[in-house]
Design a protein around this ligand. Structure first.
Ligand code: 1GP
Length: 238
């Protein structure tokens, strides 16, 4: 198993180069639009395409990523809401543990269920501490996992959760305000977490404008994920 995706993110983080990924949800994106969508992603200079969603039907991710790979040169990274969304057509997998929650299903159970597939796969597996922050909406992660997000004001808890994740051996920390969040993760929280970890930081959820993107970068995000803003606006540009 190689570690080229993680190594790329680590190097960029050390050099202070900022990365962008566009998130596609197979449930909301039709296959015949993938050629057009892939060229739109190229114009944004994105580094990765993330694929995942909360309610994707079985086998759809497989077909979706297979079709996507025919249309893009970018690495495709799985960001699954469920272990059934694994496919060998992708390049890597964020192996997520929902550290902000206390639901064993998303701390270890889903991970165990994925092993029979992963044992025989070539996916680059990237251990990721996933931390849900209150973005002002009942996000899909909140509904699916039945866990409470960390308040935007509770910076200490967010920092301690991220540091615990790092001590547990996670290679990335992902601060998630939830897809379609009203409020993205705030600057103070991003910067406090960044100051206390020595692994790359991903930030996503509710980022719609260039200002919000730059703000996340300026406060320490190494990689920003944009889903809804791209999905809702065919002429989306920064
Ligand atoms: C969701 O962080 C991602 O998991 C992206 O969120 O859809 O709000 O951009 P948006």
């Amino acid at each position: 198993m190689n570690n080229s995706i993680l190594a790329f993110i680590q190097k960029a983080s050390v050099k202070g180069e900022k990365l962008l990924a566009i998130l596609l949800d197979p449930d909301k994106t039709s296959l015949d639009k993938l050629p057009e969508i892939s060229s739109r992603i190229d114009t944004l200079n994105a580094n990765f395409i993330f694929v995942g969603g909360s309610f994707v039907e079985n086998q759809l991710t497989d077909l979706f990523v297979k079709t996507l790979k025919k249309n893009t040169k970018l690495p495709v990274i799985l960001f699954p809401g469920d272990f059934s969304q694994l496919t060998n057509y992708a390049d890597g997998l964020l192996f997520l543990s929902l550290l902000s929650g206390r639901n064993p299903e998303y701390l270890i159970e889903q991970q165990i269920k994925s092993v029979p597939f992963l044992k025989n796969s070539n996916l680059e597996i990237i251990p990721t501490g996933y931390i849900l922050i209150d973005g002002g909406t009942n996000s899909s992660v909140f509904k699916m996992s039945n866990t409470k997000p960390i308040s935007q004001e509770n910076i200490q808890l967010a920092v301690d959760t991220a540091v615990a994740g790092m001590y547990k051996g996670k290679q990335l920390i992902y601060l998630e305000a939830g897809s379609g969040a009203k409020v993205p993760v705030n600057s103070k929280l991003i910067s406090a977490v960044k100051q206390h970890i020595s692994i790359p930081l991903i930030v996503g959820g509710g980022i719609k404008t260039k200002e919000q993107l730059e703000n996340a970068y300026a406060n320490g995000a190494d990689l920003v994920i944009i889903g809804t803003a791209f999905e809702n606006n065919a002429s989306f540009k920064f």
